[in-house]
Write a protein that binds this ligand. Structure first.
Ligand SMILES: [Zn+2]
Length: 81
């Protein structure tokens, strides 16, 4: 006899689905607004900002860093030949 309403499968804890990718975190600037990651045009993580501090934080970066993936960079970068 098997119980069709078995409470749990062996070896499997309660499954907690992750919502989104965990970006809904309060911003560190203290606004209490949800923050989001900002990445540059190359997909490199720059900062975590909210609507409140976005302009201020992004002002630290050159505009082309955010918009142009071919921006000039001092670091050595492997080039595809
Ligand atoms: Zn903020």
């Amino acid at each position: 006899m098997t119980n069709p309403t078995s409470p749990a499968l062996p070896g499997r804890g309660p499954f907690k689905p992750k919502r989104g990718d965990g970006t809904m975190r309060p911003c560190r600037c203290g606004s209490g607004l949800p923050s989001e990651e900002v990445k540059d045009a190359r997909g490199i993580y720059l900062a975590r900002v909210c609507d409140e501090c976005r302009a201020e934080r992004l002002a630290e970066f050159r505009p082309e860093v955010l918009t142009d993936g071919g921006y000039e960079c001092d670091e050595p970068i492997e080039e595809e030949v």
